[in-house]
Ligand binder design. Sequence first.
Ligand SMILES: Cc1cc2nc3c(=O)[nH]c(=O)nc-3n(C[C@H](O)[C@H](O)[C@H](O)COP(=O)(O)O)c2cc1C
Length: 188
Amino acid sequence: MKKFLAFFGLIVILCGLGAYHVLANQTREVNMSDKKILIAYYSHSGNTKAVAEKIKNTTGGDLFEITPKTPYPNDYNTVVNLAKEEKQQDKRPELADNGSVDGYDIVFVGTPVWWYTMAGPVKTFLTVHNFDGKTIVPFCTHGGGGASYTYSDMQKLAPGAKVLEGYTSYERTASDADVENWIKSLNL
Ligand SMILES: Cc1cc2nc3c(=O)[nH]c(=O)nc-3n(C[C@H](O)[C@H](O)[C@H](O)COP(=O)(O)O)c2cc1C
């Protein structure tokens, strides 16, 4: 009988923990679904795109790929030189489609690090839209130098936005768990 009671007690505790876990997760989803989320990103070779897709899987937000009207060349050295020139001249390359941030409360903005900051098309995206009162959640991928000035430059281009803590990852190393934990830590 004692054994049975101990077993029964264990089952009750496990059920309680399970129910708590389900309720806690439900609350998080409800909180996130209150807000309209956009995930806008530019990616030249796919690394930043991979992070953007993980963010979409976690938040259920809408995905928008920032696409320059004139695509960048694939050759690494050519694009590196072109991007250097664009940075020196502080260029804002025209986009194929500006998209829209209207109606979105939270805009994730993703970019590869190009010459210590965001790529040109992301500068354009931030410049053509009004981010006043919106929350920007930045993320970037890099080739070893870290985020550098990427996030502080984003704040400069969208001065009316609240820019949250970004997620920075090296090339294609971002894991689902890392992205999920970062998003949870933001308490959106
Ligand atoms: C034009 C250009 C400039 C870059 N500048 C930097 C840099 O300043 N710091 C850095 O760590 N990586 C730099 N990288 C590496 C990229 O940030 C890195 O490969 C990134 O993950 C590429 O993302 P994507 O695949 O989404 O385009 C540069 C790459 C390119 C093509």
